[in-house]
Design a protein around this ligand. Structure first.
Ligand code: LLP
Length: 404
């Protein structure tokens, strides 16, 4: 479980900054990073935080301060990373489905790039030839990840260049003398099983001989974190050991030392985050007791989008008797946060906290129903700092042109 903020700290922040409120705990991010770094110290490894999980500029700066690099999924994330102070050499842009001009911008910025289509690889080759070392994202045709929506390496997936199109990749590389520096795969999110990463490596090892200038094997992100009490995260020590063995077992890898890259998102920031909400209505329908809170799928979409489990607790009534509730939001469509959850008796006005809200929480939030996005605070060195103001009415009108 590691470090956690206490209920008192969560309640105090909610009192000071209001609800709904995203609270992040800096030292938890560090704990997770150090766990990874320690596990992989047996290999030459670099970590690039998948910033799509949470891009608040203060989080990016904190990530930088602990020595981690950053992975981006859009040119704007690249710009945010630069704004946060990362040097281009510590920024990776793993693109998918993008127009070539974004790649040109990324080249101009001097960041590492992974290309995921033959079409962009061809344009890249024509424009840059051998001058700009680049990575290619391979689709290994492996099914992995917590659910289909977050599985990215399988045969039906849009991501990467199918490994079966190796001949086409080779043709382009030969024709334009493209400098292929990296082979990248990312098979999904919520992957507990270390063998999935090993399987991915096996696919890459088969094609490594075709890329003589290769320096880096990038295995993407996807490490699992515990969402339910008692669940286990990916055993990163076991994973590092297995990956080392895979390298050593492979005759080709023996001749050349590849650097290993990872792009963890959830592993670094999921558990650091808490969404604190306030109960607005308790409604007993005879069959279900609904506890409605002042938030919803507009603030945390994961339960409705992926049927993701987020643990919920009533932090206002720790001594209350347990009852079963369905915790819902206040959005004008079904937006359950948790069905049939045992909670200490819930009263209107109580604070309910949703755990694991750091990754893909605020980041996927919206103004649906014209509700405000929550504020975000960062707890660092036992001090709580506001890092994003709550929306206000003008934010709903911002960018709208009132022509009528
Ligand atoms: N690298 C690439 C190329 C990715 O596409 C992703 C995530 C990551 C790294 C980081 O994966 P992580 O370590 O966070 O599992 N919104 C979904 C997850 C979508 C992940 C998209 N790509 C969720 O809330 O579960």
């Amino acid at each position: 479980m590691g470090q956690q903020l206490s209920n008192e700290q969560l309640v105090a922040s909610a009192k000071e900054f209001g609800t709904p409120l995203y609270i992040y705990h800096a030292e938890k991010i560090k704990e997770q990073y150090e766990k990874l770094a320690a596990a992989f110290s047996i290999l030459d490894t670099r970590f690039f935080y998948a910033s799509k999980a949470l891009t608040n500029i203060n989080i990016l700066r904190y990530i930088k301060s602990i020595g981690c690099n950053v992975d981006c999924s859009s040119i704007n994330e690249v710009k945010l990373a630069l704004h946060a102070g990362f040097i281009p050499g510590n920024i990776l842009y793993t693109s998918n489905g993008i127009a070539f001009d974004e790649i040109e911008e990324a080249v101009a910025a001097g960041v590492h790039i992974n290309i995921d289509s033959l079409s962009n690889l061809e344009k890249f080759g024509k424009k840059y030839g051998h001058t700009y070392p680049v990575g290619i994202r391979i689709r290994p045709n492996i099914m992995a990840g917590g659910n289909l929506k977050i599985s990215t390496g399988h045969e039906g997936s849009k991501f990467g260049i199918p490994v079966s199109q190796l001949d086409k990749i080779e043709e382009l590389v030969r024709e334009h003398t493209i400098f292929i520096k990296t082979l990248h795969i990312h098979t999904g999110s919520d992957i507990k099983d270390a063998d999935v990463f090993v399987k991915g490596m096996e696919v890459l090892f088969d094609i490594i001989p075709h890329f003589p200038e290769l320096e880096i094997i990038d295995l993407g992100g996807g490490f699992k974190v515990p969402y339910k009490p008692g669940e286990k995260e990916t055993d990163v020590h076991l994973l590092a050991k297995k990956i080392k063995e895979t390298f050593e077992a492979h005759p080709l890898a023996g001749n050349k030392k590849f650097q290993l890259w990872f792009e963890p998102g959830k592993f670094l920031v999921s558990e650091c985050g808490y969404l604190v909400t306030q109960v607005t209505v308790v409604k007993d329908t005879g069959t279900t007791i609904f506890a409605a809170v002042n938030s919803g799928l507009n603030h945390l979409i994961r339960p409705m989008m992926y049927e993701a489990y987020h643990h919920i607790e009533n932090i206002s009534n720790p001594g209350g008797t347990e009852k079963v509730y369905t915790v819902t939001g206040n959005i004008c469509e079904t937006d359950n946060f948790g069905i049939d959850r045992k909670l200490k008796e819930v009263r209107e006005g109580d604070l309910l906290v949703l755990y694991n809200a750091g990754a893909y929480g605020f980041e996927m939030s919206s103004n649906y129903n014209s509700r405000y996005k929550p504020a975000e605070v960062l707890v660092i060195n036992d001090k709580t700092k506001l890092i994003r103001k709550r929306d206000e009415f003008n934010d709903l009108l911002r960018n709208q042109l009132e022509v009528l």
